[in-house]
Design a protein around this ligand. Structure first.
Ligand code: CP
Length: 315
């Protein structure tokens, strides 16, 4: 990649804890180039012609799976999708045998989402294609963390020194974990708030991370607010009283938004529970970059494919 000496060729994208600041900057720089392709009339380049990619999703997804597929197709790769619900996984085929099966078909990369933390790392140890983690339990969602950084840098012109508030269900959020790794590496100040029952204790030990009981304390003076989805499907017990109570105490509404900087950027990884963690007017306000996040997801995933499969665009 031109003057860059670092290379991500062959790197398994498992979590942002494995990335250096320079590697993150390389992805963001490459994603900017990729975004220009998305805006062309003919959104197709031959960079990955001859490469084969499979998306293997054990959990539902709209944004991540579709944008990885689109990213591969825009770059000229052959992309095949496997959804657990319509594959031999429903006949009881194990993760290991499924991975061996797709490896035998000659894929160059496997994009994988699984409910178990460490599933992507396990895959990277037993098969040869490059693994791109599209979410493993509550552990990591690296491409979402990267697209958040890309969107913030695009909108704010910088990352270092920005105050970010991350609000809500951190306990079940792989997005929050990837954000925390990525944002602290890029010199951002991360303020976290939500119900005590949904804030894991380890957060307090991370340098650059500040934990608050009241969301107002996290929001005051924030440059960026990321609202997390309440993941009811992952909650086993009553971790907060009711969704109405949650909205009253922890929801991002207009009044609370006014505590942040005037040009604050609002992010949400989606899908949103509007009226719970985020008020509908805030989700569609001029501060919201939620749609841009989705568009940038395609560019960032194109960048990841180019970097891990080719080492860079110009090779
Ligand atoms: N942000 C995100 O992971 O969304 P999907 O579940 O729709 O992929």
């Amino acid at each position: 990649m031109g003057k860059n000496t670092i290379s991500l060729r062959g790197k398994n994208i498992l979590g942002l804890e494995d990335f250096s600041k320079e590697e993150i900057l390389l992805v963001l720089e490459t994603a900017k180039e990729m975004k220009s392709i998305i805006h062309r009339d003919i959104k197709k380049v031959p960079t990955l012609r001859g490469k084969a990619i499979v998306t293997l999703f054990y959990e539902p997804s709209t944004r991540t799976r579709t944008s990885f597929e689109l990213a591969g197709k825009y770059l000229g790769a052959d992309v095949v999708n496997i959804a657990a619900s319509s594959s031999s996984i429903v006949k009881g085929e194990s993760l290991r045998d499924t991975l061996y099966t797709v490896e035998a078909m000659g894929f160059d990369a496997i994009v994988m989402r699984h409910k178990a933390e460490g599933a992507a790392e396990y895959a990277s140890r037993i098969v040869s294609p490059v693994i791109l983690n599209a979410g493993d339990g509550a552990h990591a969602h690296p491409s979402q963390g990267l697209l958040n950084l890309f969107t913030i840098q695009e909108k704010k012109g910088r990352l270092e020194g920005l105050k970010v508030a991350i609000l809500g269900d951190v306990l079940h959020s792989r997005v929050a974990r990837s954000d925390i790794h990525g944002m602290t590496k890029m010199g951002m100040e991360v303020h976290i708030a939500g119900p005590r029952t949904l804030l894991p204790r380890f957060l307090r030990d991370i340098p650059g991370v500040f934990v608050h009981d009241r969301i107002e304390e996290a929001i005051v003076g924030a440059d960026v607010i990321e609202v997390l989805r309440i993941q009811l499907e992952r909650m086993k017990g009553g971790l907060f009283p009711t969704t109405r109570e949650y909205a009253r105490i922890f929801g991002l509404n207009d009044e609370r938004l006014r505590l942040a900087k005037e040009d604050v950027l609002v992010l949400h990884p989606g899908p949103m529970n509007k009226g719970w963690e985020i008020a509908t007017p805030v989700a569609y306000s001029s501060s919201s970059a939620i749609q841009e996040e989705v568009q940038n997801g395609v560019a960032v995933r194109m960048a990841l494919f180019v970097l891990v499969l080719m080492g860079g665009k110009s090779e």
